[in-house]
Design a protein around this ligand. Structure first.
Ligand SMILES: *Cc1c(COP(=O)(O)O)cnc(C)c1O
Length: 370
C-alpha cells in the first residue's frame, strides 16, 4: 500500500490558510464592479510589480508561456530566426520560440548552477540568431553581465525566462530588470502564484511595452482598429487582485525558502549528495532546492516510502522530446545537462514547511546513504 505523502514536494494549501481572509476580501472587491477584464486591479498590479522588479513597466499576460511568446514577437522574432536557450528547462521556453516560427538552439549548462554556460554561447550564434533566452533555473540567476556583453556586441536582444525566479537578485539588481524584457509565470505553485493561470512581462523599453500591450489584446491601440494579427492573452482581473495580496508576502516567502535551503544544506553536509550553492553576487530564491544525488531514483522511492514528496525536474531535456525529434539531437549533445538530469532531485520546498519537516527530510536522506 502506498504511504501517504505528508511532506509534499510543493504545497500552497498552507499558505492559503494563512492569507485566505485577505484573498477573499480582494476577490470580493472585484465581484460587484463586474470589471473582470483589463480593470483597475490589473493596472494597480502592473504598477506594483514593475516597481518590485525595478523596471518601468509590467504587462499582465494570461500565462507564462504566452508572456514568452508575446515577448519574442515584440522583439521581432519570426519564421527562419533562431533563439538560443538551454536544454534543461520547462518545455514552455522552447514552445514559445516555436510558436513564432523560429527555431530553438540549445547551449549546454554550467555544472554548478545548471544555468546557461556563457562560455559556450558565442559558438552557437549564427547569422539567424535574433534573441538569447536564458532561464534563471530553480531561482538561481544566470550570470547575466557577460551574456549581456555578448548580446550587445552582436546586436541581439535578451529575453529573460524568470518563471522560477521572482525576487531573485543578480549583483543587487532584480531578475526581470536585467535583459531587454523578462517573462514571469504566476502558475499557482511558482515562487509567486495566482489562483489559476497567470503571467507577466517586465521591461523598461517603451517600444517593447507598446508592442506587447498591443499583441496581448488583438493587435490594437484603438478599439476595433487591428493593426497586426494579435492575441487574446490578458491577465484576468480576479487573478490580478489575488496577486496584489501575494506580492505583499513575496519577500517574506523568499526569506522562508532561503531559511529552509540553508538548513537543508547544513544538515546534508558529509553525504554523497551535492547541495546547491549561490555562485557570484546573487540571491537565489529557491523555487526548487535541487541536489545532485547518486542512486537518485532509489532515493526518491525511499523518501516516498516515508511520506516525503520529491521531484526530478525536468526528467527529459527539451531537445530529446518527441516534439523536437526533427531537430535531430541525440543523448550526449549536451554533456553537462545530460549528466545532471540523471541525478537531480528537488526536495520539498515551500515557505510554510516546518523546522521538524526539513529536519525529517534531511535525516531520511542521511539514513538512505548510511
Ligand atoms: C512555468 C514555466 C513557464 C511557463 O509558465 P506557465 O504560466 O505555466 O505557462 C515557462 N518557463 C519556465 C522555466 C517555467 O517553469
Amino acid at each position: 500500500m502506498a504511504v501517504e505523502i505528508r511532506i509534499p514536494a510543493e504545497d500552497i494549501t498552507r499558505e492559503y490558510q494563512r492569507i485566505k481572509d485577505e484573498v477573499a476580501e480582494a476577490i470580493a472587491e472585484v465581484l460587484p464592479t463586474c470589471k473582470f477584464v483589463l480593470g483597475p486591479k490589473l493596472a494597480l498590479f502592473e504598477e506594483e510589480y514593475a516597481a518590485y522588479c525595478e523596471t518601468d513597466y509590467c504587462v499582465g499576460i494570461s500565462n507564462g508561456t504566452e508572456a514568452l511568446h508575446l515577448a519574442l514577437l515584440a522583439c521581432g522574432v519570426g519564421e527562419g530566426d533562431e533563439v538560443i536557450t538551454v536544454p534543461n528547462t520547462y518545455i514552455a521556453t522552447a514552445f514559445a520560440i516555436s510558436y513564432t516560427g523560429a527555431t530553438p538552439v540549445f547551449v549546454d549548462v554550467d555544472p554548478v548552477t545548471f544555468n546557461l554556460d556563457v562560455a559556450q554561447l558565442e559558438r552557437r550564434i549564427t547569422a539567424k540568431t535574433k534573441v538569447i533566452l536564458p532561464v534563471h533555473l530553480y531561482g538561481h540567476p544566470v550570470d547575466m553581465d557577460p551574456l549581456l556583453e555578448i548580446a550587445r556586441q552582436r546586436g541581439l536582444r535578451v529575453v529573460e525566462d524568470a518563471a522560477h525566479a521572482h525576487g531573485a537578485l543578480y549583483k543587487g539588481r532584480k531578475v526581470g530588470s536585467l535583459g531587454d524584457i523578462a517573462c514571469f509565470s504566476f502558475y499557482p505553485r511558482k515562487v509567486m502564484g495566482c489562483y489559476g493561470d497567470g503571467g507577466a512581462v517586465t521591461t523598461s523599453d517603451a517600444e517593447l511595452l507598446d508592442r506587447v500591450r498591443m499583441l496581448r489584446y488583438m493587435g490594437q491601440h484603438q478599439k476595433y482598429l487591428h493593426e497586426v494579427i494579435g492575441f487574446q492573452q490578458r491577465l484576468d482581473e480576479l487573478q490580478a487582485a489575488v496577486l496584489r495580496v501575494k506580492l505583499r508576502y513575496l519577500d517574506e516567502s523568499i526569506a522562508a525558502r532561503r531559511r529552509w535551503a540553508e538548513m537543508y544544506t547544513e544538515m546534508l553536509q558529509g553525504l554523497p549528495v551535492v547541495t546547491p550553492v549561490e555562485v557570484g553576487d546573487v540571491k537565489h530564491v529557491y523555487y526548487q532546492y535541487t541536489i545532485r544525488a547518486p542512486r537518485r531514483d532509489e532515493l526518491k522511492a525511499y523518501l516516498a516510502g516515508r511520506g516525503i514528496g520529491s521531484q526530478d525536474m525536468y526528467p527529459l531535456e527539451v531537445p530529446y522530446q518527441p516534439a523536437y525529434a526533427h531537430l535531430g539531437h541525440t543523448m550526449g549533445d549536451f554533456p553537462e545537462a545530460d549528466a545532471h538530469v540523471k541525478e537531480i532531485l528537488c526536495l520539498p520546498m515551500f515557505p510554510e514547511l516546518t523546522e521538524d519537516e526539513v529536519q525529517f527530510v534531511a535525516e531520511t536522506i542521511r539514513e538512505f546513504y548510511s
